[in-house]
Design a protein. Structure first.
Length: 749
């Protein structure tokens, strides 16, 4: 550890200036900072910040999680409001001891819901359609039992079309390993298999609880399937026999609409397709890109008909799945359709989510990438020589994953997300998510994903070598700058320390406008998936509007949409009161959250939660109602919350949580220019060395003042929440000041 730099003690909540601060980097230079370590054998029950008591003694003890009276939110079985601090976990595929340890560890961090992203269809080329992956199911059963014992609810996603070996499944035109994109929505054979798999998972008794999952309230949400849609580009991968089968269904749909089977509708004005075969009762399918926007003439009518047919097919499928789970299997859980997106998010996502609304819960997967990452394996790992750009979300406000149009009458959840490596700005993620989902009423956000029982000691692939180095995994949330920021942010979110705001935008849409792909009054900015998209969209600039309402409204308050509604009832608050494009600031409708996206600074200022994230050094003295912050860290996250549920001004026990950048020891980069977003030349970095364990965390260099005269002692905790050292503080008539030690992650006042 390098020697600490001494920060002059802050004048108590005054604007007194210290000496000029030396410049510091967002990333710790190689060899500097402190080595992160989670103590072996740590007992979460002995932690001074153990949040297990926030959970019920047993998940589901009062019955199934259900919808609130207006349908917008979750309540527990006894009717009490429920907020879920959530994460995805792969540990259900591990050993029993790891599952038990992991469940208790997560409960201690404030987690009360876990998503199991599973694949229960039969593996291998010799499997029959109605076989199941018994090992996967057993892992789910055992893990649900361990989560339940820690008061943690489960969300289960049992199927993903990304990969399966359907050689012997009997699907027409599909007799080889590979993706099954789109087939589940219309192929009766695959649907038969899916229902057999789900019955095997939910109907048989769980040997670890004695209760079938269908009857177990510890399972809160059933997600029908993961990341697939008839409205996405994967439709282009349908095999000829599959396209023909879907084309026959389209022909039947047209006959029902226009009343004449076996004829091209007159409304199409002769618009034809090479695959039209009216004698076989089949109509050709346009490519997804041909239905992105309204088209003039007969081809436009044809495109609109096809789009509506696909949307209704998808909606009907989900309605049938809800009926299957509820009526046939007797499941008491809430049903979520899927979590994906369309080919054009501005013009088609409302239709995508309308198809989901035949079930209970609306979900989306959306990550924060923060810029381009270019390399041969950029979808899943970080190699030496890879190039990347990085922007803090505090300077890219329209890309926040919780910027969501919420469907009236349905809870909205994000079932996969994280701040994706190689970003250095990951500590801001839990802070921003907790603050803004509290403000807007987004009901759960699942970090993707935990893959070890506690902290991941290394992100390196141990058995791979690239240029003599070990590449790094991209997709883990079991890392210090993510998991380490859970306790205070989970407490903030679950206890409601940041207020929910009044609705900023209420939109009502007719189904006809959606099927015609007309522009809504507000839309989310496009998301990006490095495994599906060629390049990230060019980052939108605040103030640029493709819709009537500025998307910065998502940071003002809740944005909601009602389908099959009356557009004359659209309402928008006076956004000019909260959005200042000249000053580059957005203030929440509650006044508790302010984002300065010009400087890269977000502050939370509520009676029971105060803090800041972003480029703190540039901001100078950050003065909140009870907390003053001055930082020599160029970039950091700091949050203060009470552990006794009292306002910070009177609390007898306050948790101060700090996050700085974390990199593997020896990680190094150099400046680079490369083709990034939209093939534009981008200034960023090239990875020179992927480093080695352990994690090296940038020293905390922050001075703190709290206006609370009742405080008398400060204790730094280690990563497991155990006392590590007493910290000197200066008492004044109105409160205390102190300089945080370099290794501060958690501190108790």
């Amino acid at each position: 550890m390098r020697p600490a730099r001494v920060l002059p003690v802050l004048a108590m909540l005054l604007g007194a200036c210290a000496a000029p601060f030396e410049e510091s980097r967002a990333e710790p230079p190689a060899g500097e900072g402190w080595a992160f370590s989670y103590p072996a054998g740590a007992d979460p029950a002995k932690s001074l910040i153990d949040l297990r008591s926030l959970n019920e003694p047993v998940a589901g003890q009062s019955g199934f999680v259900r919808l609130s009276a207006n349908g917008d939110d979750f309540v527990l079985g006894d009717g009490s409001p429920a907020r879920f601090w959530a994460i995805g976990s792969e540990v259900f595929r591990g050993n029993p001891a790891d599952m038990k340890k992991h469940a208790r560890f997560l409960a201690g961090l404030g987690v009360n819901m876990v998503r199991l992203h599973a694949q229960i269809c039969p593996p291998g080329p010799n499997s029959n359609l109605t076989d199941v992956n018994e090992k996967e199911i057993d892992g789910i059963w055992r893990f649900v039992a361990e989560l339940k014992a820690q008061g943690i609810y489960a969300t289960i996603s049992p199927y993903w079309a990304h990969s399966a070996d359907a050689t012997r499944w009997g699907i027409e035109g599909h007799n080889a390993p590979g993706a099954l994109w789109g087939l589940l929505f219309f192929d009766e054979t695959l649907q038969k298999g899916y229902k057999a798999w789900a019955a095997a998972l939910y109907s048989r008794p769980n040997p670890y609880t004695g209760v079938p999952l269908a009857k177990d309230p510890a399972v809160a949400i059933i997600q029908v399937q993961n990341e697939d849609s008839l409205l996405f580009y994967t439709m282009m991968g349908l095999q000829p026999a599959q396209k023909a089968r879907l084309g026959r269904k389209f022909a039947a749909w047209l006959a029902a609409k226009y009343g004449k089977a076996g004829q091209i509708p007159k409304a199409w004005a002769g618009a034809r397709h090479a695959d039209d075969d009216l004698g076989a009762g089949r109509v050709g399918l346009l490519q997804p890109w041909e239905t992105l926007k309204p088209i003039a003439g007969g081809m436009g009518v044809r495109a609109s008909d096809q789009f509506r047919f696909l949307v209704e097919t998808q909606r009907d499928f989900y309605a049938d799945m809800k009926k299957f789970y509820k009526d046939d299997l007797g499941c008491g859980q809430l049903i979520n359709a899927s979590n994906w997106r369309s080919a054009n998010q501005a013009l088609q996502d409302d239709s995508e989510r309308w198809s989901y609304s035949s079930t209970d819960v609306i979900a989306v997967n959306r990550y924060y990438n923060g810029g381009a990452h270019v390399g041969p394996n950029n979808g899943w790992r970080i190699d030496p020589g890879a190039r990347f750009a990085q922007r803090s979300a505090t300077m890219s406000p329209r890309e926040l994953p919780v910027n969501l149009k919420q469907v009236v009458g349905h809870p909205t959840i994000v079932t996969e997300s994280t701040w994706v490596a190689p970003l250095a700005f990951q500590s801001e993620g839990p802070f921003l998510v907790a603050a803004y989902e509290s403000l807007t009423g987004v009901d759960a956000f699942f970090w993707f994903s935990a893959d070890v029982p506690d902290y991941k000691s290394t992100m390196h692939f141990p058995f791979q070598q690239v240029q003599g180095q070990q590449p790094l995994l991209k997709w883990s949330a079991s890392i210090p700058p993510i998991l380490g920021e859970f306790p205070a942010t989970a407490l903030l979110f679950r206890k409601g320390y940041v207020m929910r705001g009044e609705t900023a935008v209420h939109e009502e849409r007719t189904l006809a406008s959606m099927f015609e792909r007309q522009t809504p009054i507000i839309a989310e900015d496009p998301a990006f998936d490095p495994n599906r998209d060629k390049a990230p969209p060019v980052a939108p600039r605040p103030g640029e509007k493709a819709t009537l309402v500025d998307p910065l409204a998502f940071l003002v308050g809740p944005v909601e949409v009602k389908y099959d509604g009356d557009p004359s009832k659209n309402k928008v608050v006076d956004l000019a009161r909260f959005i200042d494009l000249k000053k580059q600031t957005v203030r929440s409708v509650t006044g508790e959250i302010t984002l300065d996206y010009g400087r890269g600074l977000c502050t939370v200022d509520a009676p029971k939660a105060q803090g800041a994230t972003g480029f703190l050094e540039k901001a100078g003295l950050i003065q909140l109602r009870d907390v003053g912050i001055r930082s020599k860290n160029a970039y950091a996250t700091i949050l203060a919350v009470p552990l006794d549920d009292q306002p910070l001004a009177t609390s007898k026990k306050i948790l101060v949580q700090v996050g700085t950048a974390a990199r593997p020891t020896g990680w190094s980069t150099r400046d680079a220019e490369f083709k990034g977003e939209g093939d534009k030349m981008t200034r960023g970095y090239e990875v020179v060395n992927t480093g080695k364990p352990p994690w090296m965390v940038a020293d905390t260099d922050i001075g703190l003042a709290i206006k609370n005269p009742g405080l008398s002692k400060a204790t730094r905790l280690d990563a497991a929440g155990m006392p590590a050292e007493d910290v000197p503080l200066t008492k004044a008539k109105t409160g205390v000041t102190l300089t945080l030690p370099p290794e501060t992650m958690y501190l108790i006042l």
